[in-house]
Design a protein around this ligand. Structure first.
Ligand code: AMP
Ligand code: ZN
Length: 114
């Protein structure tokens, strides 16, 4: 756990969250400022600051997040699709420096960016 990391503190239960999924390695909770009817943040329990810090020693955390995403999407009824977004660093718009994936769905999403 990294000191003063918001998501580490949420994972530890020090800060409340609307949890939707948890296993040994992954924690997922609803975004406080949802951008779609379903907007869930999927985070590895291991503190990795951002995508730029993924390497051969820790990349299994990413695979575990995507395994969880598939399960959560099914549980949320996102049968017709969804979007997964990762913001990395300042130019990528990352505001919380603990690796996380936004799972968005529940409507036909905008095609403006990608
Ligand atoms: P990013 O901008 O990619 O770093 O995403 C950070 C996300 O965390 C934003 O979508 C915020 O709305 C969300 N967020 C910030 N604080 C909380 C919180 N306490 N509980 C749930 N989501 C949060
Ligand atoms: Zn953290």
């Amino acid at each position: 756990m990294a000191d003063n990391c918001l998501f580490c503190r949420i994972i530890a239960g020090e800060i409340p969250s609307n949890k939707v999924y948890e296993d040994e390695h992954v924690f997922a909770f609803r975004d406080i400022n949802p951008q779609a009817p379903v907007h869930i943040l999927v985070v590895p329990k291991e503190h990795i600051a951002c995508a730029a810090d993924i390497n051969a020693d820790n990349s299994v955390a990413v695979a575990r997040c995507f395994e969880a995403i598939a399960k959560i999407a099914k549980a949320e009824g996102l049968d017709t699709g969804y979007r997964v977004i990762n913001n990395c660093g300042e130019d990528g718009g990352q505001t919380v420096m603990h690796l996380h994936f936004h799972l968005l769905g529940g409507e036909k999403l905008s095609e403006k960016m990608l």
